[in-house]
Structures are given as structure tokens and as C-alpha cells.
Design a binder for this molecule. Structure first.
Ligand SMILES: *[C@@H]1O[C@H](CO)[C@@H](O)[C@H](O)[C@H]1NC(C)=O
Ligand SMILES: *[C@@H]1O[C@H](CO)[C@@H](O)[C@H](O)[C@H]1NC(C)=O
Ligand SMILES: *[C@@H]1O[C@H](CO)[C@@H](O)[C@H](O)[C@H]1NC(C)=O
Length: 367
């Protein structure tokens, strides 16, 4: 009973701490597995969270069906339109975006992060060139090309001299995803970072950032609801308790099994002891009637004191040596003989031969 209470307590306490920790559970856009949580938030009409769970101003998503029916969160930037969100790194405070229309380079050319909380992880001067098809061996921006000419883009400083066939379109600072070395950057996502609210320290500690209330009860301060102190203590306690409870449960199961087996064996032995002699008593407990006893052969000992069958010189019942003229009675089946008065008394109470302990009818079979 105490064990049951302890288990119940552990379960409920773990549930409680879990609930406390996830006061504002992450939100999802339909079946999209990307968790959306502070400082991000789904727009008011699309969220199912409690009113207390608010995101940071300017960091709200809408859910939109793009990419052939998939639900994708969209981030709207003030001067640059909407981008689809592929990934959010809450620890590094970095968000990975792509163009819902599939032409990120075109969006990058016109990207303007003024009055958004984001900054480009890295910007670089990029020159866009228009080259004849079959061209220059540079990263081609497929979505900007047309039937007759391809558009290539490269960091301005890296363009070799021999670009004769190509015409420079423009050079603009672009938020670039790569760390140097051209490559297939065109297919990479746009990575933007945000520096406020600063929740990295909280994330590192495994806490959850969010708006808290100050002393006047006004919501607005950004706080880290880390349930460390108490939570860790509880965790340690639970670990210890479980490491005790589980062996105790296993032990008690083992002990009860052992007790069961011992009990069962005892019962079986007792049953066997009761059952085993049961075929015997009806034969031994009931004596023979006088006419049967009288039908057994009587022998009067002669002077020679010679006895028939396998018999000694003394009566096995009274242990007195036979004398001449003693009247003996022999049990026909086993040929054991006794003083008549001794064996008659016996046979009235028992139907078995007192020497071989078998009922007269079994004597021969045993020999
Ligand atoms: C919001 O938070 C306050 C104080 O933490 C609490 O009393 C209230 O019930 C919460 N409301 C909702 C809708 O969660
Ligand atoms: C970005 O947009 C703002 C507001 O429209 C404008 O003032 C600013 O010059 C733009 N910046 C760039 C680099 O175009
Ligand atoms: C293809 O693009 C180039 C450069 O952008 C442009 O000069 C040309 O007119 C375009 N051709 C067609 C058929 O659109």
C-alpha cells in the first residue's frame, strides 16, 4: 500500500513539474514539425495558446499552405514581404528562411531589413551577370534566367577577368549563407539572426524564455522560467526514489514467488502424504470376520516342533518360543504362522499378515 502511494506520488509530481514547465507549449502549423515558441508566436487568430502566452512584437508567423499542400509558417518582413520558415535555431537565435515562390536570389536583391528585428548573418557584395546559355562555369541562378540567357552571380572580388561574353547586370550587398567559396549557394536558405530578446543564456540552461510580470503585476519583462533549483532537486529525488522503488518491487515479486512456490510444494507434499496411504487403510483398518479366520489352516505342533513354510522358532507376535502341542494358525497365502490366539486377535482388527504387512491376498504376489 505504501509502495502504491509512493508510485502515485512520483507520477503526479512528475506530471505537475512537466505542466509547470510547459505553461506555453510550442505551437505548430498543421502537420509541420517545426515548433514555434517564444519569442515567436502564431498570429492571434491562428493560435490555440492561452492569452498569457504572447510572442515578441514583430515576430509573429502566419500559417500558409505552400509547397503543394504543406503547412508552412510564414514570416512577414516589413519592407521585403513574406518568407517561408524552414528552421529556427533557438539556441543560436538564427532563423532559416526561403522564398515560397522558389526564387530566393531575386528576393535577396530587394531584401531590406530596416525596422525588422533581424540582421543578416553575413552580407557580401555580389555581382549578377547575364551570360549566354551554356556559359561561364559560375553558380547559375536558374530562376532568374530565360530561354536565351543565364544569370550567374559571384562575389564581386572573385570575378575573373575573362567574362567577355557576359554582361554585368548589377552589384548589390546580399545576405549570403556561405562562408566564402561560391559553390551552390543559390539553393541555400537565407539565414537571419535576432539579438533581442536575448534568450541564449536561458536556452543554454534548459530554461524557457517568456514574458514575466514585474513587481507591479505588469507583464512585459522578459524572464527565463528555468525550473532548475526545485526541478533539479525533484529530479534527483525522483531518480533516487525510482532506483529504490524498482529494486524493492522486483524483490517483493521474487519473495512472493518464492513463498508461493514453497507453499505450493508444502501443500503438494501434504496432499501426497494424505493421498499415499489412502489405498492401504481400507485393507488394514477392516479386520476379518471369524468364519474367514477359522478357514485359515490350524496346525498343532508335534514333538519335533517342525513348522510348515518360512517360519522361525518363535511367534513373531508374542515373541515366545513355540512349544510342542501349541496351536498355530498359518495365513494361507504367505504361509506365515503364529500362535492361534495371537494371530486370531490380530486378524479380527487387521486383514493383513502381521509379518509381511500385506493383506493375505497380496502376499503371494509380493513374494
Ligand atoms: C495568466 O497569468 C496569471 C498570473 O500568472 C494567471 O493568474 C492567469 O490565470 C493566467 N491566465 C491564463 C489565461 O493563463
Ligand atoms: C529600406 O526601407 C526603408 C523604408 O522604406 C528605406 O528608408 C531604406 O532606405 C531602405 N534601405 C535600403 C538599403 O534600401
Ligand atoms: C533574357 O534575359 C536577358 C537578360 O536579363 C534579356 O536581355 C533578354 O531580353 C531576355 N530574353 C527574353 C526572351 O526574355
Amino acid at each position: 500500500m505504501e509502495l502504491l502511494k509512493l508510485i502515485l506520488f512520483l507520477t503526479t509530481s512528475s506530471l505537475l513539474s512537466h505542466a509547470e514547465k510547459n505553461l506555453c507549449p510550442p505551437q505548430y502549423c498543421g502537420a509541420n514539425p517545426l515548433p514555434i515558441r517564444f519569442p515567436f508566436m502564431l498570429q492571434r487568430e491562428q493560435r490555440q495558446q492561452p492569452e498569457n502566452c504572447t510572442g515578441f512584437p514583430g515576430l509573429s508567423f502566419t500559417c500558409s499552405v505552400v509547397d503543394g499542400g504543406r503547412d508552412v509558417p510564414l514570416l512577414h518582413l516589413p519592407h521585403s514581404g513574406s518568407f517561408s520558415v524552414r528552421r529556427i535555431d533557438y539556441l543560436m537565435q538564427e532563423i532559416h528562411l526561403y522564398d515560397p515562390a522558389g526564387c530566393l536570389p531575386r528576393r535577396l536583391v530587394s531584401l531590406n531589413l530596416t525596422s525588422s528585428p533581424f540582421a543578416a548573418a553575413r552580407t557580401e557584395e555580389i555581382t549578377f551577370l547575364s551570360c549566354p546559355r551554356g556559359g561561364a562555369g559560375l553558380a547559375e541562378v536558374g530562376c532568374l534566367g530565360n530561354a536565351t540567357s543565364a544569370v550567374v552571380a559571384a562575389p564581386a572580388g572573385r570575378l575573373a577577368g575573362a567574362m567577355g561574353a557576359c554582361g554585368t547586370m548589377f552589384t548589390v550587398p546580399i545576405a549570403v549563407p556561405w562562408d566564402g567559396g561560391g559553390g551552390d549557394w543559390v539553393s541555400e536558405d537565407l539565414r537571419l539572426t535576432w539579438s533581442f530578446p536575448e534568450c541564449q543564456g536561458c536556452e543554454v540552461d534548459g530554461g524557457v524564455c517568456g514574458f514575466g510580470r514585474n513587481r507591479n503585476g505588469v507583464v512585459g519583462e522578459i524572464m527565463c522560467s528555468s525550473d532548475h533549483g526545485r526541478g533539479k532537486g525533484l529530479e534527483v529525488f525522483k531518480t533516487i526514489a525510482l532506483s529504490i522503488v524498482i529494486p524493492v518491487i522486483i524483490c517483493s515479486i521474487c519473495i512472493s514467488c518464492f513463498v508461493c512456490i514453497v507453499e505450493w510444494r508444502a501443500v503438494r507434499t501434504r496432499a501426497a502424504m494424505v493421498a499415499a496411504p489412502s489405498p492401504q487403510p481400507p485393507a488394514t483398518a477392516v479386520g476379518l470376520d471369524d468364519s474367514t479366520i477359522e478357514s485359515y489352516e490350524k496346525v498343532v505342533l508335534g514333538e519335533s516342533k517342525r513348522l510348515p513354510g518360512p517360519n522361525g522358532a518363535t511367534c513373531p507376535i508374542c515373541l515366545v518360543e513355540y512349544c510342542a502341542k501349541d496351536i498355530l494358525r498359518c495365513i494361507p497365502e504367505c504361509q506365515h504362522c503364529f500362535h492361534s490366539e495371537c494371530v486370531d486377535e490380530w486378524l479380527r482388527l487387521n486383514s493383513s499378515c502381521p509379518l509381511c504387512r500385506n493383506s493375505p491376498s497380496n502376499c503371494l504376489e509380493d513374494e
